[in-house]
Write a protein of this length. Structure first.
Length: 607
């Protein structure tokens, strides 16, 4: 059977996963009457809720005698570790670009990786039926992007299709507004080369994805690079230096058919398969016939830029909501995550009750925390901090990001002012049509921690911010953090409306009547710059005397401000933590006892 391996790459929300749905339907992968959920490739709960792709997933469709293996890739830079490895499995890419938004930072990131590997792209301008589409301008932007990324002449000679993934049509005609995806299938078969690999050489296979199965154990996914692998064949795994990691047998070989993994007896060079049978081999290892001693080249992975401390939850409410609360359970879960997700690094702290988890960004680490709390974990999470480096002269460097912001023109001044405070440099500013402005900055990652919520408030929720790791550059010096102090509970008990009423005048409350509190818990934001200890549990003294005027005033509280996990992590300061449990997100001081807080503060000032 003819074989084609392609990846679909695009910026987040440009319609990759919806397009794959339609490719499934029109290739006959689903029966006509089969009920299928929308965005069927986003199988993970968090992917469905957030409407983003987090995990790269291979799938396969058949069209007129050709098997097309398609890999749906994440669009967020935080999950770039996935993208880099996947591109080494395929022979071509479909670059999907929104007809109105055009080439965005994430498009640049993934396309740069694809072009560097010599892959020839097919450009698909998606959502051509949008009322604000600017198709020709977007095509020009893509061409300029390719030139900037030093594409070869062969790569610049790319076919273009105009499509609507939601409505299921693609055409070579810019003005077509109906039809099927047949032109897309034809372009894939004609433009993407079949795998040009040696089927007669000994078997080799590079692991690009790893997951676990309760029955089969470790499942390694990747492309067969040469030769043939048969069921129960003796194999071994090598690391990048050629050292043999383990030896075993291919106890199960599975190929992709639609959304399912189907057991097969053998796989040949070019096939994308999953394999079970090894217990130690991991991502970027080479699995091969025992006669092979030379490992395959694995794509280097961009380094982590941000880290957080994951600690055992030691608050007075620990263990009430979660089932996994010990440091051993947290340790095992984090090291298991680091095994399958190469963009994450875990190191054990000296106190053995906390772990430093480094990753690509706040979103990636936020998704990991959210996944763990759903699994029943309780955690204490510190404020994110960037990982500094050193240049050749021994000077301190820090990670920078390219930030592209689309805002209504009336908000552009505020955004520029706020970004300047965060030591960002304005690199480009241009109108993007429809009363909007596109502003590009080069900003230290440190300054962006916690800015997103403020940005949404400043732009009345209409602004869109996209970030992408750019480089390690010179250290920018001190960047001012949160200006306001917090209101801290001075005891344990239940919050009381009578006490919360007067506290509303001092700032913004995060808790409501009847909520359980403990000493050192943060219950609100102070309107002033310093922290303030308050008593939110004070009840009204009951006496025999009635209030003058005959009727007690009913206390009406403003609904408290409830933070999402990402907002809470971005909000806290260096001496604070987020307590995360399956049911609650609470903010607290690291040291719950006020005397310990004072001691720690004095020690910090002395240092």
């Amino acid at each position: 059977m003819n074989l084609r391996n392609i990846a679909i790459i695009a910026h987040v929300d440009h319609g990759k996963t919806t397009l794959v749905d339609q490719l499934f339907r029109q290739s006959g992968t689903f029966r006509e009457n089969q009920r299928v959920e929308e965005r069927v490739m986003d199988s993970n709960d968090l992917e469905r809720e957030r409407g983003i792709t987090i995990l790269a997933k291979p799938t396969s469709i058949e069209w007129e005698g050709t098997r097309i293996n398609i890999v749906d890739t994440p669009g967020h830079a935080d999950f770039g570790g996935e993208v880099e490895r996947i591109l080494s499995m395929v022979d071509g890419v479909i670059l999907l670009v929104d007809s109105a938004e055009g080439a965005m930072p994430q498009t640049k990131f993934v396309t740069g990786k694809a072009l560097a590997l010599g892959l020839r792209p097919i450009v698909v301008v998606n959502k051509v039926d949008r009322s604000d589409a600017r198709i020709q301008e977007v095509l020009d932007e893509v061409f300029d992007l390719f030139v900037t990324l030093e594409a070869s002449d062969e790569q610049l000679d790319f076919p273009v299709l105009y499509a609507s993934g939601r409505n299921g049509y693609a055409s070579t005609d810019m003005d077509a507004r109906e039809g099927t995806l047949r032109p897309m299938f034809e372009t894939i078969v004609n433009h993407v080369p079949p795998p040009n690999l040696d089927k007669d050489a000994p078997f080799t296979f590079l692991v690009t994805l790893l997951d676990r199965d309760n029955f089969l154990g470790r499942i390694l996914t990747g492309r067969v690079n040469s030769g043939t692998v048969k069921l129960n064949q003796p194999i071994h795994a090598m690391d990048n230096d050629g050292k043999i990691v383990e030896t075993g047998r291919a106890s199960k070989i599975m190929s992709f058919r639609g959304l399912d993994r189907v057991p097969v007896d053998e796989a040949k060079a070019g096939d994308i398969i999953s394999m079970a049978g090894l217990t130690v081999a991991t991502v970027s290892n080479t699995i091969s016939d025992t006669s092979v001693l030379e490992p395959l080249h694995a794509q280097p992975i961009d380094p982590p830029t941000l880290s957080m401390r994951f600690a055992v939850n030691d608050s007075p409410m620990a263990g009430r909501e979660g089932s996994k609360v010990t440091s051993r359970m947290i340790r095992d879960r984090l090291f298991r995550e680091a095994e399958s997700n190469v963009a994450i690094k875990v190191t054990e702290a000296a106190d053995r009750d906390s772990y430093e988890v480094a990753g690509r960004g706040e979103l990636q680490l936020g998704v990991l925390i959210e996944t763990m709390r759903r699994e029943g974990f309780e955690l204490g999470i510190s404020r994110p901090r960037v990982l500094f480096g050193e240049d050749e002269d021994g000077k301190k460097t820090e990670p920078y990001e390219t930030v592209v912001i689309d805002v209504d023109e009336e908000h552009s001044g505020t955004v520029v002012e706020k970004m300047n405070l965060r030591k960002a440099e304005l690199t480009d500013m241009r109108p993007s049509g429809g009363g909007k402005t596109r502003i590009t900055f080069s900003a230290p990652s440190r300054g962006l921690i916690g800015y997103h919520g403020e940005f949404l408030s400043d732009t009345r929720g209409t602004g869109i911010m996209n970030r992408l790791f750019e480089k390690y550059g010179p250290h920018k010096g001190n960047i001012e953090g949160r200006k306001n102090g917090v209101l801290i509970s001075n005891g344990a008990g239940e919050a009381n409306s009578y006490a919360l009423g007067p506290l509303e005048e001092r700032g913004i409350l995060f808790v409501g009547h009847g909520e359980a509190l403990y000493e050192g818990m943060i219950i609100g934001e102070n309107a002033k710059t310093d922290d303030l200890e308050v008593n939110p549990m004070k009840a009204k003294q009951l006496t025999n005397f009635r209030a003058s005027g005959g009727k007690d005033d009913a206390i009406r509280l403003t609904p408290p401000k409830k933070m999402t996990l990402e907002q809470a992590i971005a909000y806290i300061d260096d001496d604070e933590m987020v307590e995360v449990t399956p049911k609650s997100i609470r903010l607290r001081k690291r040291h719950l006892d006020p005397h310990e807080r004072k001691r720690a503060s004095r020690a910090k000032q002395a240092a």
